[in-house]
Design a protein around this ligand. Structure first.
Ligand code: NAI
Ligand code: HPV
Length: 530
């Protein structure tokens, strides 16, 4: 039975499928402190959060059963991604479910800002009928600058057009074509600062976006600008903004998010007449909360059941069409890595993976993670998975190098894994998927072979002399080791050769020791491909 902890308020309706799953127990316990979480997290396989729970390294370390942290929303800045990756815990989010809701909140804020709605409301309900203090501005014919034209920024731009606004958009990934389709003029941050009447930010908080609007930007800003932040506290420098408002550069600001949440009671935004605030409500609608909870629950179930999943934040993102091409190779890749690692005797400094054929045309990073997992699992066992395999290799000074080649040696696809060691030992394995035959190992070091990569194998190196095969067969028979198949690889008659036997069960050490006593037989080793 898997145990899932829900530590923030997440829609019950949205997590229904988790609640109903017969192999999953859901525990809802919100508002816990870090210490309280550290104490209980060890029992759980999955943790579901929104933005309140700070998923720290301490919590992740204590979560020795944790396989996944699911974020019912977009931003994962409350989760220590590095620590999760190090521990092989997959972090997933629900990037699409709250886009429209947050876009609509941004609009609500923009209109409230243009017409002083919160201030006017407060005055009216206090009994004062004040019509002259709240002269507003129209949105029509105003220029809106959008910083960050991702999901939310793009939706804001679309709606702003309906309001008759001119839109300047900046995003490092915004192309002319896409800008044109959205009816947005491609701009720089500087264009926006100097020309916009309203500016809204929709980027994540990164080292690059932290304080991207600060004193130097306010100094050259168009006078009277109104600023909205429904993305992340810290993108706009809060103290520099207060100064700019007090100096008359900025006419007003609407903030849903803060550098520290909740802000201190004496935070200057909380009683400023020109600043309106909401308590991080961007994603808080019935619809969005259901959407994100459904999305994240679905993926958590997949992860717990070891099924393919999407929206992993600490894995390279791969298009569905590419994933479809890669997926059939995951098991083969891991087995190739595992096999070649078992025959390598010295410390590895490089794992070189070469993709030939169709695989050379696609982004193979995810497949490489499986291969590296296979290699490292020889010594790290279950501590390695595809989330942390690259990290674990790097932290052991093992380079992971990918190359792409067209030469497939007659196969549609060929994966060649070479392990290089400090002692100049270099071991190589190659495999492919053969139509109708499935996964095959087709090369081992310099020898062409044909082996199904599963179960128990004995790898023998010997000199190509008559009678050896017979000796080996007899000795294994005597020890009750049944041979399922046998492959012999050699380059020249009478030269160095290898024999790979697939056997039905584990081979006792003594039998391997006896095998090497056979004349002309050099080494005998068991390879296990689980
Ligand atoms: N207030 C709330 O409750 C909510 C806040 N958010 C936040 O809104 C923000 C945007 O969310 P989405 O649109 O879903 O994300 P997204 O990933 O679709 O878009 C973010 C965009 O920012 C761009 N970007 C990154 N660095 C940039 C830079 N230096 N300058 C300009 N653009 C840059 C990216 O290229 C990307 O296109 C995130 O920070 C998210 O956490 C999202 C949902 C609810
Ligand atoms: O999805 C996001 O990035 C949000 O900021 C929403 O946060 P919340 O789930 O409402 O705590």
């Amino acid at each position: 039975m898997f145990k899932v902890l829900v530590s923030d308020p997440i829609s019950d309706h949205g997590i229904q499928q988790l609640i109903e799953a017969s192999d999953i127990e859901v525990v809802k316990n919100t508002g816990l402190s870090e210490d309280e979480l550290v104490n209980i997290i060890g029992q759980f396989d999955a943790l579901l959060v929104r933005s309140q729970t700070k998923v720290t390294e301490r919590i992740l370390t204590a979560g020795h059963n944790l396989k996944v942290v699911g974020r019912a929303g977009v931003g994962v800045d409350n989760i220590d991604l590095q620590a999760a990756t190090k521990r092989g815990i997959v972090v997933i989010n629900a990037p699409d479910g709250n886009t429209i809701t947050t876009c609509e909140h941004t609009f609500a804020m923009m209109m409230a800002l243009a017409r002083h709605i919160p201030q006017a409301y407060a005055k009216t309900v206090s009994g004062v009928w004040d019509r002259k203090s709240y002269l507003g501005v129209e949105l029509r014919n105003k220029t809106l600058g959008v910083l960050g034209m991702g999901r939310i920024g793009s939706e804001v731009a679309k709606r702003a057009k309906a309001f008759g606004m001119d839109i300047l958009g900046y995003d490092p990934f915004l192309t002319e074509d896409r800008a044109e389709k959205l009816g947005v003029k491609l701009a720089t941050v500087d264009d926006i600062i100097r020309n916009a009447d309203f500016m809204t930010v929709h980027t994540p908080l990164t080292p690059e976006t932290r304080h991207m609007i600060s004193r130097p930007q306010f100094e050259v800003m168009k006078k009277g600008m109104r600023i909205i932040n429904c993305a992340r506290g810290g993108i706009i420098d809060e103290m520099a903004l207060i100064e700019a408002i007090n100096e008359g550069i900025v006419a007003g600001a609407a903030f849903d998010v803060f550098e520290q949440e909740p802000p201190q009671q004496d935070h200057p935004f909380l009683n400023h007449p020109k600043i309106i605030v909401t308590p991080h409500l961007g994603a808080s609608t019935v619809e969005a909360q259901e959407n994100v909870a459904i999305d994240v629950s679905e993926q958590v179930i997949h992860i717990l059941r070891n099924e393919p999943f999407k929206n992993a934040v600490n894995l390279p993102s791969v298009e569905a069409s590419v994933m479809k091409k890669l997926q059939p190779y995951f098991n083969l890749g891991e087995k190739l890595g595992s096999f070649v690692a078992q025959i390598t005797n010295h410390a590895i400094y490089e794992i070189h993976v070469d993709y030939a054929g169709e695989l050379s045309q696609v982004d193979t990073q995810t497949l490489t993670r499986y291969i590296v997992k296979g290699v490292l699992s020889r010594h790290l066992g279950n501590d390695v998975n595809i989330i942390n395999s690259i990290h674990l290799a790097k932290s052991r000074d093992v380079n992971v190098v990918e190359s792409k080649a067209q030469l497939t040696k007659g196969f549609t696809n060929l994966i060649t894994v070479t392990l290089k060691t400090q002692n100049k030992e270099e071991r190589r394995i190659a495999g492919t998927l053969l139509n109708g035959y499935g996964e095959r190992i087709v090369q081992l070091d310099k020898f062409p072979v044909d082996i199904a990569p599963e179960g128990h194998h004995i790898l023998i190196s010997h000199n190509d002399k008559p009678g050896i095969i017979g000796h080996v067969g007899t000795m294994l028979g005597k020890n009750d080791v049944n041979i399922a198949s046998m492959q012999v690889g050699r380059k020249i008659i009478g030269g160095e050769a290898i024999m790979i036997l697939t056997v039905d069960k584990a081979v006792p050490k003594e039998v391997l020791n006896d095998l090497v006593k056979i004349e002309e037989l050099n080494t005998a080793q068991e390879i296990v491909l689980a």
